[in-house]
Design a protein around this ligand. Structure first.
Ligand code: SF4
Length: 437
């Protein structure tokens, strides 16, 4: 467990307590993303506490976290989080599912449980647990109370915050997410696994649509043919995103360049978009330090990319994470899943990933492979052999993510397969859960 900085509270912003509400118009959380076993908040936020719940809000007054404080809440470290895409995600530490291995699975202390279909590794559905609908009902009740509370009860600063909350009803939250998706050209169907390092808190910016391969197995691909966006379109997105994030913008320090293959858009488009977004979004003075840049890349884009691209990325004011979908090093499996690549291409891309990770301090390339039913023992063995034979890279770099094949999986068999590969691997290995935005 890592310690976090002590939150600072302006004396003028001390909690105000009308009856049983403790309202704090601004709190300061940690200014770096750290991995902790207890709930940690990052950047600046507002809070309302009741006897039974802690509700936390972004600086636009939008509900962001709900945590139960009573004995009926499954675990004091578990939280409901609302994303910028307006999805609720339940963060379990595993108590309810009697699993203590979450850190080994994911590299994090929590397992995000989605209310939509994903490539889950357990059948745990917290949304059926009475505590979760209870928390959402408590939020609806609190919202109604705020709408009907007499404003003169509150000091000025608190009143301004409560007015923002009152303006952020369910419809407003839905419309805000719709606007986000409209600006970037649709929902982000999957975030790179590396975005876990910033708790998936990224501003998405589409610099290229679609992907090169349109693999048969893939459940997240877009309908569009691959094509980079014109420079003016990218600039318009940056301008509109800046307006949309408004006063909450300083709570972001990370950028996701979408969609499925930003790397193939080439050095000029990638580096210009990243640099212009860094400037426009004010990442240099964000409430959270250590900015990061995330993107996906294809095997072809990685193999084609020259040192000039990586040298340019290395000089950007971000730590850059590029995630490459490799899927398998077994020829029959590549054919069966409809990934139009040869094993030799996959191996070359894997070797290049290791080489880039050794050569550029500010760049991490990570890789994804598939696991689980209905993939063959040969596929799993070839993957285990590859990861066991590699020379270890620089510490903390070059993670390999194993993505459970979409569809039904037997959770314990899947984890057995996962640990059989992880335990012999010389690179860090984690599960990849498909999370959208
Ligand atoms: S796995 Fe990647 S390249 Fe293949 S279809 Fe999905 S998004 Fe496209």
């Amino acid at each position: 467990m890592t310690s976090t900085s002590t939150p600072y509270m302006d004396p003028a912003l001390q909690p105000f307590r009308p009856e049983n509400l403790a309202v704090t118009a601004q709190k300061a959380g940690s200014h770096t993303y750290t991995k902790t076993s207890h709930p940690t908040r990052f950047g600046k936020y507002a809070e309302i506490k009741t006897r039974d719940y802690e509700f936390q809000f972004d600086l636009e007054g939008r509900i962001k976290f709900i945590r139960g404080l009573g004995s009926s809440w499954p675990h004091p470290f578990e939280t409901l989080k609302r994303t910028a895409g307006n999805d609720w995600v339940y963060y379990t530490v595993g108590a309810v599912i009697e699993q203590q291995g979450i850190r080994d699975w994911l590299g994090e202390y929590y397992l995000p449980c989605f209310a939509y279909q994903s490539n889950a590794i357990t059948n745990f559905t917290p949304y059926a647990h009475p505590a979760v609908p209870g928390a959402l009902a408590a939020w609806a009740q609190l919202y109604a109370n705020i709408r009907t509370t007499r404003p003169e009860l509150f000091p000025e600063r608190t009143r301004v915050f409560l007015d923002l909350v009152a303006a952020s009803d369910d419809t407003a939250l839905f419309v805000h997410a719709q606007k986000l998706h409209t600006i970037i050209g649709g929902r982000v169907s999957v975030l790179p696994p590396d975005t876990r390092h910033v708790d998936y808190e990224v501003i998405p910016l589409t610099i290229a649509d679609g992907c090169l391969y349109r693999c048969r197995f893939c459940i997240v691909k877009s309908d569009q043919k691959y094509g980079p966006r014109p420079r003016e379109n990218i600039r318009a997105q940056i301008r509109d995103l800046k307006t949309l994030y408004g006063r909450n913008l300083p709570n972001y320090n990370s950028l996701f360049l979408g969609q499925h293959d930003a790397l193939a858009a080439g050095k000029e488009r990638v580096c210009t978009a990243a640099a212009e977004a860094f400037e426009a979004f004010g990442f240099a003075t964000a409430h959270i330090h250590q900015p990061r840049l995330f993107m996906f890349g294809s095997v072809d884009a990685l193999l084609r990319a020259g040192d000039a691209l990586f040298a340019a990325l290395d000089r950007l004011p971000f730590k850059t994470h590029i995630n490459i979908g490799l899927e398998s090093v077994d020829a029959d499996t590549l054919a069966a899943i409809g990934k139009p690549l040869k094993v030799a291409d996959i191996r070359s891309a894997f070797d290049k990933m290791l080489s880039i990770n050794r050569s550029f301090d500010n760049i991490e390339i990570t890789a994804n492979f598939l696991i689980g039913d209905p993939l063959s023992p040969d596929h799993h063995q070839a993957l285990a052999d590859l990861l066991a034979s590699v020379a270890p890279g620089p510490p903390g770099k070059g993670a390999v993510y194993l993505s459970p094949y979409a569809g039904h999986q037997d959770g314990s068999a899947l984890l057995e397969t996962f640990f059989a590969i992880k335990d012999t691997s010389r690179l860090p290995v984690f599960i990849y859960l498909i999370q959208r935005l």
